[in-house]
Design a protein around this ligand. Structure first.
Ligand code: APR
Length: 189
């Protein structure tokens, strides 16, 4: 299950994978961007995707989505010079202590992204850990929400075929691998 390449499990016929890496370099049908409501670009994941993809991505999102993207929603564009075919731009919540709708909004960002992936006929998608950088969502809570949402979606729909979480460093990878192991053992136990 665990190897130098990361951790890979089968969920209802699909593959769910955890790796350490750079989201902008993934050769998947879709890479998911951790965007903001204005789709204005930024640092972190957003910076890496727009730097790697070039200006075509922002030109397209400005034209197609002039009003941006609400929190918990997702929109799609081409991927410019990235190795992926499309970018799905989603907006996770800003962590405000957990008393608001953060968990619901984070789950919605993953779910809506997956819906957009399959509506566009794509079978593989790479996600970063949404909201855990500039938006300060605690990693362990975010990992559990991300994985349980994606696992439930795969079980419900049987799609897409392949979901990869691309974690930026060892500690992010470790939070996700602990959460995945816990969720899988909850299922068995
Ligand atoms: N590949 C994979 N993961 C990355 C990369 C990368 N190239 N760069 C950063 N990360 C990790 C961060 O370490 C963090 O754990 O992705 C996670 C999400 O961090 P952010 O990119 O800051 O996303 P988020 O917390 O959702 O904040 C979104 O930040 O860049 C702005 O425009 C963006 O306003 C929006 C906000």
């Amino acid at each position: 299950m665990q190897s130098a390449e990361g951790m890979k499990v089968r969920i209802a016929g699909s593959t769910l994978e955890l790796v350490i890496g750079d989201i902008a370099l993934q050769k998947m049908d879709v890479v998911v961007n951790a965007a903001n409501n204005q789709l204005a670009g930024g640092g972190g994941v957003d910076g890496a995707i727009h730097r790697g993809g070039g200006p075509a991505i922002m030109e397209e999102t400005r034209q197609k989505y002039p009003r941006g993207c609400p929190t918990g929603e997702a929109v799609i564009s081409g991927a410019g010079q990235l190795a992926a075919r499309y970018v799905v731009h989603t907006v996770g919540p800003v962590w405000g202590g957990g008393q608001g709708r953060e968990e619901e909004q984070l789950a919605s960002a993953y779910r809506r992204s997956l819906e957009v992936v399959i509506e566009n006929g794509c079978s593989s998608a790479a996600f970063p850990s949404l909201s855990t950088g500039a938006y300060r969502y605690p990693f362990d809570l975010a990992a559990r929400c991300a994985l349980s949402t994606v696992m439930a979606f795969l079980k419900e729909t049987g799609k897409p075929e392949w979901v990869r979480f691309v974690l930026f460093d060892e500690s992010a990878y470790s939070a996700f691998s602990v959460a995945l192991t816990d969720l899988l053992s909850d299922e068995i136990g």
